[in-house]
Design a protein around this ligand. Structure first.
Ligand SMILES: [Ca+2]
Ligand SMILES: [Ca+2]
Ligand SMILES: [Ca+2]
Length: 1016
């Protein structure tokens, strides 16, 4: 049931709350030292600006540096469009780099660009050639990207043409496959701004980066061909085995740099604790068995566990062989558990373990460095899982030790890359005269040549469109496609089941260009342009969706969607982190269904007990276990029929029964040890796990009813009612919900009388699933007010000065919502882990819930805080970090979006409802359903209200509707029509909620509109 609340009531709630908080600096009863102001200091003007529709945001100058917007297909790697329109990060080669957390990844930096590529515009006017690259040097450069469409504008008064580039990968909600193409489209529009006709062509170039990582270790060659076919021109980059060399090499004797057989490290120097005083003699205490090393000794940094850090550095030595071979095992954290080769202080080679204690051969090709002085350093700066490294037997040799590096065509970075021009290119000789404009000292471009060369060399190939004439004021768009194909991922890629090469991908994109680009633009228009919601808020709430197109998300060859928590760290689509993620399920429900069916209820499911291993393992997380039931219900709601529920119900039920067994006595409270997303265990009753449990019981009840399992439905209801009552009796302190725990018995990691921001997590979930209130509305509302009052601050500085966070995701001067505070009782220094941190996922979770409850100001203020923190003046607005980049918890933003519309949907029942929380008199926003998406509009004026549901993509099956009308109404007149024809309906009005039953099922197809007029 949605909450029925009219605008008048919302206004009253908001106003009375503000009146209560403003001006009372430190209300009575607040602990001294709780340095979070109750008056948040938000001026009326600032607040008002948050509600303004506003414009598409544009960024210039220094702001461009930090921007990195993912523009590849979902689950196909991670490619950034940087602020100036150049490409960055380039993690498309199956290597996902963990960026660390806090101090490591919440920092100001420009995303790197390890692969050379770009575009340039060439203008011929008055017989002269002018060329400019599309980058920051163009002149005035402006970034106006809104995910999924990157947009960069270039102009320069001294240049006769201005350019606008749109860069994106097809992104079409509900069409996962066409949104998961390993490709990026570039549509580059040149406009003649001069008074004379000009001839314009666009050039694009791309480095052959196949084997980008392995190049340092393998003997191979790259090959590039320029192919003209089907009115297109393609640069095709591949790699292959190198031809055998003609003279047999003379092998010099190998030199052992260190075999770690001594009792100490000799002239190798240690720093930190991880290396101890000498080499390990095998497996260390509490470590899984270590094998594969030579002799009796090795480097092993699992010294007292993963916690310690340190480095071990060799004395300088001269490189005098072609290869350095070594044995390596341990963690696979790039830059964190690694061995590096340094020359002139610079890391020129690096390697990590494979999250395996067994040591295996690895080698670096160092021929190019022969004669240079180098140092080897072994690094451990990781403390989490696999935060250690094992190394042995480092030698220089003229022969690589075979082992870790397999045949070339099996390497993760083996595959192909293509840059395709939609149209014919000019012959290579025509390009040569332009090259001097584009080359600099470090780079050589090749045009139209078939070339093969050793992988140790870097080469870029260029092609150019044919010039076209532009009259003054005229413009023309040129289309390029960048495509990649790197199938050798541990679990394969879904895209590799549809394509065999990057060229095939490029052809597919160009063959379907109009539809793919058209549908993507249609979504962008529907979501951003045709909405009445503030544009900044739309930007923020949709920006996190880009996490789908990063290393965080993977779509395996077998169809299973799988996610890290953040890029490269913490594996297994972790149930408790993904508990917060709503965007993927609402945009691409098939992906989340696959995560339920192929992980939660198969790989990760214990068929004996019903336990859902929270990382597809056999470990219990209380929040994740309950969340799995909620997700299953959501996936059912986002389905067109009940097939998903039918297939999975026995296991969903069993998963819920597992939680009921943890409850133990059916009283609706789980009191035994509850491992959870704070990476600790809560002991005793609490509403963090408790609300998720009660919501799961309600979801279980609904699913049981739909499956005809009446007895189980009744049992769920009974336990739920008990838990609801007992939670108020035992856990309500008059202002918010606390935890009932014996701190003497459990002194660590509890929150007890603290105010936990996530204390109503399950209630927020219940609203999103149309399950209604699980606690009395007045307690819910009061508790949320307390969360905002006690935990949100416009400046984290003072509080964090008093209570230092374990990791920094907000800096002094920045606003944020703390995980947990103790406003009414002494601060617990050993309390819940991460208490003093700010996580965007929790902020969205709480803000979304506040919006449901009509606390619109507070919800917007929290979201605005995130938007301000992630302003490109400091941080990449598309990369909300936690443990690693593009953290999955941030997908919670979609909960705010759903709340703003008061969206409720039940696919199998054909039910759709809206109760806009923001501007209900004039509201318009995009929505998604099981088989289609479109836009919903509500207008209210005088004694009339009009609803319009327009399908823009796919179809929408409807049997019932619900809308919010002013609460005081007793009687309304309702008329409905679809595609211009009257629709027969019944209606029911209660407390401001209008339920409409369609007498016959209605299917709206693309471009059809359902209109409902309500009069009173
Ligand atoms: Ca050894
Ligand atoms: Ca360590
Ligand atoms: Ca119990």
């Amino acid at each position: 049931m949605m909450r029925q609340i009219s605008m008048t009531v919302i206004e009253l709630v908001v106003c009375s709350f503000l009146a209560a908080s403003v001006g009372t600096a430190q209300a009575a009863g607040i602990r001294a030292g709780h340095v979070i102001p109750t008056d948040k200091g938000i001026s009326q003007k600032a607040l008002q600006s948050m509600y303004e529709r506003g414009q598409q945001q544009t960024y210039r100058g220094k702001d461009l540096d930090t921007i990195g917007m993912p523009v590849g297909g979902i689950a196909t790697g991670q490619l950034y469009l940087r602020g100036d329109g150049t490409l960055g990060i380039w993690q498309i080669f199956n290597r996902h780099v963990f960026s660390g957390y806090g101090r490591d990844n919440y920092r100001t930096y420009r995303p790197d660009s390890p692969v050379d590529s770009g575009f340039a515009v060439v203008v011929e006017s008055d017989g002269k050639i002018h060329a400019k690259k599309l980058n920051r040097d163009f002149g005035t450069v402006e970034f106006a990207g809104e995910y999924p469409i990157g947009l960069v504008r270039y102009s320069n008064k001294a240049f006769p043409v201005k350019v606008e580039m749109q860069a994106f990968s097809p992104f079409i909600p509900l069409n996962a496959k066409d949104s998961a193409l390993p490709a990026t489209l570039f549509q580059i529009t040149a406009e003649n701004t001069s008074r004379r006709p000009v001839r314009v062509n666009i050039l694009g170039w791309l480095e052959n980066a196949v084997l980008i990582d392995s190049a340092k270790a393998v003997v191979a060659q790259r090959r590039t061909r320029v192919v003209a076919e089907r009115k297109r021109t393609l640069i095709v980059h591949t790699a292959e085995k190198a031809p055998p060399s003609e003279t047999a090499p003379v092998l010099r004797q190998k030199i052992v740099l260190n075999d770690f057989e001594g009792s100490n490290y000799g002239d190798w120097k240690t720093k930190g604790e991880a290396f101890g005083t000498g080499p390990a003699k095998g497996t260390l205490p509490e470590q899984n068995p270590v094998s594969g090393f030579f002799g009796k000794g090795l480097v092993n940094t699992y010294l007292g566990g993963d916690e310690p850090h340190g480095t071990l550095t060799s004395p300088p030595f001269s490189i005098s062989r072609k290869f350095i071979n070594f044995l390596i095992g341990g963690g696979n954290h790039i830059g964190q558990t690694c061995i590096n080769l340094r020359i002139d202080g610079k890391v020129v080679r690096t390697a990590v373990g494979k999250s395996d204690e067994k040591l295996e051969w690895y080698f670096w090709k160092v021929q190019e460095f022969e004669g240079k002085t180098a140092q080897i350093e072994i690094v451990d700066r990781a403390s989490g899982g696999w935060g250690h490294i094992n190394i042995d037997q480092i030698e220089m040799s003229d022969k690589p030790q075979k082992g870790a590096i397999g045949p070339i065509d099996k390497l993760p970075d083996y595959g192909s890359m293509v840059l395709a021009l939609d149209g014919p290119a000019i012959p290579p000789q025509g390009v040569h005269e332009i090259l001097p404009f584009l080359e600099d000292g470090s780079k050589k471009l090749h045009a139209g040549e078939h070339i093969a060369y050793p992988v140790s060399e870097k080469k870029s190939t260029l092609l150019s469109s044919r010039p076209i004439e532009l009259a003054p004021g005229e413009k023309r768009t040129f289309t390029f496609v960048l495509a990649w194909f790197f199938p050798n991922y541990e679990h394969g890629h879904e895209y590799a089941t549809r394509f065999n090469s990057a060229a095939e991908v490029a052809h597919y994109v160009l063959n379907n260009l109009e539809r793919l680009a058209g549908d993507t633009r249609k979504w962008h228009k529907t979501f951003y342009e045709d909405s009445t919601l503030p544009r900044w808020l739309l930007f923020r709430l949709h920006s996190t969706v880009c996490n789908l197109a990063t290393g965080t998300c993977h779509w395996w060859q077998n169809g299973r969607f799988w996610g890290w928590e953040g890029v490269g760290c913490c594996e297994g689509t972790c149930t408790h982190v993904w508990n917060y993620a709503h965007a993927p399920a609402r945009l691409f429900p098939e992906l989340e269904r696959s995560a339920r069916e192929m992980q939660d209820f198969s790989d990760g499911f214990d068929t004996n007990s019903g336990l859902v291993g929270f990382r597809s393992n056999r470990a219990y997380a209380a929040d994740g276990q309950c969340g799995t039931v909620l997700k299953a219900y959501r996936e059912y709601l986002m389905s067109a029929d009940n097939a998903f529920l039918k297939r999975n119900w026995p296991r969903i039920k069993k998963a819920l029964v597992f939680s009921i067994e943890r409850d133990g006595n059916d009283d609706g409270l789980i009191e035994i040890s509850q491992h959870n997303t704070f990476d600790i265990n809560f002991e005793g009753a609490n509403t963090f796990v408790g609300s998720l449990y009660l919501a799961a019981l309600r979801a279980g009840e609904e699913m049981a009813k739909d499956m005809g399992d009446k007895d189980f439905a009744k049992r769920c209801r009974r336990i739920f009612e008990s838990g609801k009552r007992l939670s108020i009796e035992r856990l309500w302190n008059g202002e918010y919900f606390i935890q009932q725990v014996d701190l003497k018995k459990y002194p660590k990691h509890q929150y007890e009388k603290g105010c936990l921001s996530d204390q109503l997590f399950g209630q927020g979930w219940a609203h999103l699933l149309g399950l209604g209130y699980i606690y009395p509305p007045e307690n819910v509302s009061k508790a949320l007010q307390s969360v905002f009052k006690y935990n949100w601050t416009p400046d984290v500085g003072p509080y964090n000065a008093a209570h230092k966070p374990e990791r920094w995701f907000a800096r002094p001067g920045e606003p944020g919502l703390f995980t947990c505070t103790w406003p009414k009782s002494p601060y617990i220094a050993e309390g819940v882990r991460y208490k003093n941190e700010v996580w965007t996922g929790i902020e969205y979770q709480a803000a979304g819930h506040m919006v449901w409850e009509g606390m619109l100001d507070e919800g917007l203020i929290i979201c605005r805080g995130i938007q301000d923190r992630y302003h490109p003046v400091k941080y990449n607005p598309f990369n909300e970090v936690e443990c690693g980049d593009h953290y999955a918890r941030a997908f919670a933003s979609w909960g705010v979006y759903a709340a703003l519309a008061g969206y409720e949907y039940h696919g199998p029942k054909g039910h759709l409802g809206f109760a806009p929380r923001i501007t209900p008199d004039n509201f318009r926003a995009a929505f998604t359903c099981a088989e289609g998406w479109g836009t919903f509009e509500q207008k209210r004026q005088g004694k009339a209200q009009r609803e319009e549901i327009e399908v823009r993509w796919g179809r929408l099956r409807l049997k019932s509707l619900a809308f919010a009308v002013p609460e005081n109404l007793r009687k309304v007149k309702v008329l409905a029509s679809a595609a211009g024809r009257p629709v027969e309906i019944d209606h029911e009005l209660k407390d401001g909620r209008l339920d409409i039953i369609l007498k016959k099922e209605l299917v709206l197809s693309e471009n059809q509109t359902l209109e409902v007029s309500i009069n009173w």
